[in-house]
Write a protein that binds this ligand. Structure first.
Ligand SMILES: N[C@@H](CCC(=O)N[C@@H](CS)C(=O)NCC(=O)O)C(=O)O
Length: 179
């Protein structure tokens, strides 16, 4: 029995599900994945037994569901408590990683509205509005800053893979699939 159970929706569409799933995979933390179908009749019943918020992702720990954590960023913070390598080790780098992760978690409405995640989409033609264009430029600026300041030791935003990479991964996929 895995230590963790992760309740998530379809990772092709649910970016919030995809992020903690990717972190657990990258850190090689064993977990059991439970797929809950968005818009299905029993979605609420399945999710609300663990989360009063009624949304996925939810991380459940313990055989009896002793600990349940909902919200993608809260889940990843919980994982980081036992796996500190989930954040950069250096204090200033960690502060920047937390800032850009929180910025992604709470913003980028232009991208969310105009570029909903669909990893399987090919040659999607989207006309960006100014809000979306500004979001894209902000992401490019974040990636540039993180890579220039802290990216020397590896291919990720802070060298090694961290929560910040998981937060930006849905956009990363779209970016590379589109160009
Ligand atoms: N801020 C939350 C967002 C979670 C969220 O919106 N999840 C969506 C799927 S991507 C959901 O469960 N929607 C179902 C509903 O709203 O009924 C997080 O970071 O986990």
């Amino acid at each position: 029995m895995a230590e963790f159970q992760l309740l998530i929706a379809n990772k092709n569409y649910s970016s919030w599900s995809f992020r903690p799933w990717l972190l657990l995979k990258k850190l090689e933390i064993p977990f059991e994945e439970t797929l809950v179908m968005l818009k299905s009749e029993d979605f609420s019943k399945q999710v609300e037994q663990f989360s009063p918020a009624g949304k996925v992702p939810v991380l459940v720990e313990g055989d009896e569901g002793d600990v349940a954590i909902w919200d993608s960023l809260a889940i990843m913070e919980y994982v980081a408590e036992a796996h500190p390598e989930a954040w950069p080790q250096e204090r200033e780098a960690r502060a920047l990683a937390r800032s850009v992760s929180a910025e992604m978690h709470s913003g980028f409405m232009g991208i969310r509205n105009q570029l909903p995640m669909n990893c399987r989409a090919e040659s999607r033609q989207v006309a960006f509005d100014d809000v979306c264009q500004k979001d894209i430029e902000r992401i490019q600026a974040i990636w540039t800053e993180c890579r220039l300041r802290y990216g020397q030791t590896g291919p990720w935003l802070f060298g090694d893979f961290t929560i910040a990479d998981a937060m930006f991964a849905p956009f990363d996929l779209w970016y590379y699939l589109s160009w």
